[in-house]
Design a protein around this ligand. Sequence first.
Ligand SMILES: NC(=O)C1=CN([C@@H]2O[C@H](COP(=O)(O)OP(=O)(O)OC[C@H]3O[C@@H](n4cnc5c(N)ncnc54)[C@H](OP(=O)(O)O)[C@@H]3O)[C@@H](O)[C@H]2O)C=CC1
Ligand SMILES: N[C@@H](C[C@H]1CC(C(=O)O)=NO1)C(=O)O
Length: 320
Amino acid sequence: TKRIRAAIAGYGNLGRSAEKLIRAQDDMDLVGIFSRRSSLDTDAPVFPADSAAQHADDIDVVLLCLGSATDIPEQATGWAELFTTVDTYDNHADIPGHRARMDAAARANGHTAMVGTGWDPGLFSVNRTMAEALFPSAQQNTFWGLGASQGHSDAVRRVPGVQRAVQYTIPSDDALQAARRGDGADITAHTAHRREVVAVAEESEQERIREQIVTMPNYFEPYETTVEFVSVEEFEKNHQGLPHGGRVITTGDLGGSLSTVEFSLELERNPDFTAAAQVAYARAAARMNRSGQVGAFTVLEVAPYLLSPIPLDELIARDV
Ligand SMILES: NC(=O)C1=CN([C@@H]2O[C@H](COP(=O)(O)OP(=O)(O)OC[C@H]3O[C@@H](n4cnc5c(N)ncnc54)[C@H](OP(=O)(O)O)[C@@H]3O)[C@@H](O)[C@H]2O)C=CC1
Ligand SMILES: N[C@@H](C[C@H]1CC(C(=O)O)=NO1)C(=O)O
């Protein structure tokens, strides 16, 4: 089958991981990287983001590695008008709205828009739906961390005056144990996690910045959130790692017997794993577009075999 010509929009943690993972694929070529900045530390071709239309015929799918806090809402439909796209948009409350807007933009131009890929949203979404569907009455809880959330870190970096930032998500062990026992009914994401922000900003700006972070809808309000300001030296020394992970725990009774489903991830580097999922969904998006499936799709609407470069009959013989 024809090789997939992929491009990246946005060169941050996720974009850098997507670059190395696209290059690791036997069925994909990296056409180039679109950025709002002119000089990037890469040997790949770099194109100005606002020149994207000139490359429309040379690219099968663009991985939108932009920030979800402001970039995706501002830019994603514009990309979907020009290309088949794959994003990792993670403002969960806005996924239905984002899917509808991307569907209109993609469909009007014969493109496919794969939205909310990655691990949450993404692989965790697939597991939540599949596991819950097995039980007449399921108890399901999602936990993240301890680790560095890129979406929350991007959201903090977008607060004026923030020079560096990372957000760590800390799950409650008691909540985790309760969920494993099937006692998770009263547990919510907001009661099961604390959020700790470490940031660099001028002293005079810190109080305003703290207030803007802890009251930020969707990403922070109403979580218990702390904000610690450190020097740029301290930040560069101690806060460069981006480990993360999490688990979805689903329990229930099946006519008199108890079952538990647990899907867990341990990620040495959050952007590398997220990019791996985004690249696999880019393969699916390119294939779906070639077969005439236009419009927007979430991960719940993608047949698993489309993620793999291995032919379906071989997967059936090997994995079923
Ligand atoms: N669904 C999921 O499971 C996951 C989703 N994500 C999502 O991925 C998004 C991107 O994360 P991440 O890559 O860590 O975010 P970054 O802040 O590293 O990058 C976001 C954008 O900011 C711009 N940028 C990056 N570095 C700089 C810089 N030094 N100066 C100026 N601009 C810069 C880039 O665009 P440009 O090159 O155009 O300047 C880049 O695309 C997150 O917002 C999150 O929502 C992340 C992990 C998991
Ligand atoms: N989208 C998240 C992926 C997971 C991590 C997370 C959190 O720590 O709140 N929620 O979802 C990210 O950007 O890292």
